[in-house]
Design a protein around this ligand. Sequence first.
Ligand SMILES: C[S@@+](CC[C@H](N)C(=O)[O-])C[C@H]1O[C@@H](n2cnc3c(N)ncnc32)[C@H](O)[C@@H]1O
Length: 231
Amino acid sequence: MPELSERLKAAASLVRQGSSAADIGTDHAYLPVYLIKNHICKSVIACDLRSGPLYNALEAVRAEGLESLISLRLSDGLRELKENEAEDIIICGMGGTLIARILSQANWICNEKYNFIFQPQSHADDLRRFLFSSGFSVTEEITLTDDGRDYLIFSSVFTGDRSLEDDEVSIQFGSLLYRNDEVSARIVSRTLKYLEVRAEAEMNYGNPEKSDKLRETIRKAEAIINGSKNQ
Ligand SMILES: C[S@@+](CC[C@H](N)C(=O)[O-])C[C@H]1O[C@@H](n2cnc3c(N)ncnc32)[C@H](O)[C@@H]1O
């Protein structure tokens, strides 16, 4: 099996020691194999929507002789995963909009016993919006560059706290505005540019209120950035 990417190693570092896990959208099952071989998880359910990736997963699991510890399952998101089957649930390498849709299809996830690990490939704001309005909090955030690309990986648990559901700055940036590393700064800068483009587009489409709201978020984010630079 090839060496696990730094991106997926970071996701693995947020999985609780000794847990049973589910990897949704597992593709080659590289992450489940790593979690078992490194004694992080006692068992993993590797799920994928399509049989092709699941076949790749089967080959990887067989090659390592881990059939008794990694089970494979054809599943659209969490649909075929039952409550209590896994304690740590990992969804990496999909867009934030799709991850939010997958989560919205299983109401049993609203329980503090589960630890979620996400690596949204895009649209992290859609994922945070869903999480904050559903009572989930972000517990740890990791940013890193892997193979020339910047990634955000974070863990989340249900707490019932919905205080950030209307906080557009937290929805757009998470805690990245308060971090000092270069990767976070680049992700923040790209998010600011994206918000600028959206604000401009909303104005051009005759939606000045939406445009103003986006500009307000940009202003608040820039004030936080300038405040932390002056400290
Ligand atoms: C880009 S790969 C990511 C693989 C791995 N998780 C990673 O981060 O490297 C996305 C995988 O998610 C699967 N997928 C897409 N939509 C899905 C869904 N609704 N439910 C389960 N798996 C899905 C795809 O078949 C594919 O294998």
